[in-house]
Design a protein around this ligand. Structure first.
Ligand SMILES: *Cc1c(COP(=O)(O)O)cnc(C)c1O
Length: 398
């Protein structure tokens, strides 16, 4: 992990990616955000921080995750496909790379209490996990509707010692949980760190989360070099909710414009069905979660409730880095519907013996349309495993 980056696709000193990003926060949060902005790089590139971070990624998370040549999948799509196995991380997805980084940062900032927001509960579980590891009290805000929809993850968080607090306003889903978490942070500015779960939120969160997740592309480069003699693939494909697994998979390839970056959004029932989460196709610029970015909104700027069969992609916006990658056309944005994702789950299960998370299945679903040729090398970031989605698979597939 290196500190110096000088890329037009990375955040600038002001916290912007092109026209996207920034920190549109209430006055009361200025001290917290300013402290973070001033200290985060110094803290995370400190030698001792890196030592502890790398050690935990190795011994606790199980990194490096394998880069697996999927021969039967490759044969099916007539190209060379490698799967980056984030599904093998402790807790079953990439999210823990970020929560480990942020809890180490919180400790160095002298914080003694952690809060987080969660939609489906995946980020809540990853946060509760590292709070147990570091013996810090943890409060996770979750919409009341989501608490009912995602009961197993609520139980997991409780088993890990976290308190799950219901958000009872508005639609009682993720954005309401986010508002509650913000309110808590404003009320407890000195002792509390707010662990945001994706490359979203006010600067420096998007950049900080991208840096913690960049271990994914750092490993891809090394592993691909060992396997093929070349560091760079022709394509990197990843699903995008807020965009953290994609940011991590793209990170070290951003400036190598020969590497085609493919971001896959959830089209739900179809991009124009009214039940979708295809942000770049439906969204407009505005301020969401304290950051200027693209999100789905009504004429007068109200957030439109997204829909995706996969909880992790069921988010109305994308982080500012991805908004800029879309705007500059550096990344190619595609989408897959609920049905296409379900078919991709079956495909990977039967061809490779790997049951992917629904989110990751969206990336698999576009493999026939990225334009890869026989000898092209495609790295697909398999962001998580399917255990959490078994109920959906039983209902929809089996
Ligand atoms: C949360 C989640 C996602 C979506 O989040 P990003 O920040 O876009 O990566 C994707 N895949 C899995 C398995 C998840 O749990």
């Amino acid at each position: 992990m290196s500190e110096n980056i000088n890329s037009k696709y990375q955040v600038n000193e002001k916290g912007y990616y092109g026209q996207f990003g920034g920190a549109y926060i209430p006055e009361m949060l200025h001290p917290n955000i300013e402290e973070l902005q001033q200290k985060y790089l110094e803290i995370i590139y400190d030698e001792n921080f890196q030592k502890e971070f790398q050690q935990l990624l190795k011994d606790y998370v199980g990194r490096p995750t394998p880069l697996y040549f999927a021969s039967r999948l490759s044969e099916k799509f007539q190209t060379q496909i490698y799967l980056k196995r984030e599904d093998l991380c402790h807790t079953g997805a990439h999210k823990v790379n970020n929560t480990i980084g942020q809890i180490l940062l919180a400790k160095r900032l002298g914080k003694t209490r952690i809060i987080a927001e969660t939609g489906a509960g995946q980020h809540g579980v990853a946060t509760a996990t590292v709070c147990a590891l570091m013996n810090l009290p943890c409060v996770v805000y979750m919409g009341e509707v989501d608490i009912q929809r995602q009961a197993p993850n609520v139980k997991r968080m409780q088993l890990l010692g976290a308190e799950v607090r219901p958000a009872t306003s508005g639609s009682k889903t993720l954005k309401d949980a986010t508002n509650e978490a913000m309110r808590d942070w404003i009320a407890n500015p000195t002792d509390t760190h707010y662990i945001i779960g994706s490359v979203v939120g006010p600067h420096p969160f998007p950049d900080m989360v991208a840096r913690f997740q960049s271990v994914i592309s750092e490993e891809i480069k090394q592993q691909l070099n060992e396997k093929t003699g070349k560091e760079n693939p022709d394509f990197v494909v990843a699903c995008v909710g807020g965009g953290s697994n994609a940011a991590g998979a793209f990170y070290h390839f951003l400036d190598d414009e020969k590497v085609q970056l493919v971001a896959v959004e959830a089209a739900g029932h179809g991009v124009h069905s009214g039940k979708s989460a295809a942000t770049t196709q439906l969204g407009r610029i505005g301020v969401l979660h304290s950051s200027k970015t693209l999100f789905m909104q009504t004429e007068d700027g109200q957030v439109v409730e997204p829909h995706s069969i996969s909880a992790g992609l069921d988010y109305p916006g994308i982080g500012p880095m991805h908004a800029n990658l879309f705007d500059t056309k550096r990344a190619h944005f595609l989408s897959a519907t609920d049905d296409e994702a379900l078919k991709a789950v079956q495909l990977l299960a039967k061809l490779e013996g790997i049951i992917p998370a629904l989110e990751s299945a969206h990336a698999i679903a576009v493999l026939d349309r990225i334009g890869a040729k026989q000898n092209d090398v495609v790295v697909l970031n398999l962001s998580g495993r399917g255990d959490k989605d078994l109920d959906t698979y039983i209902r929809e597939i089996i």
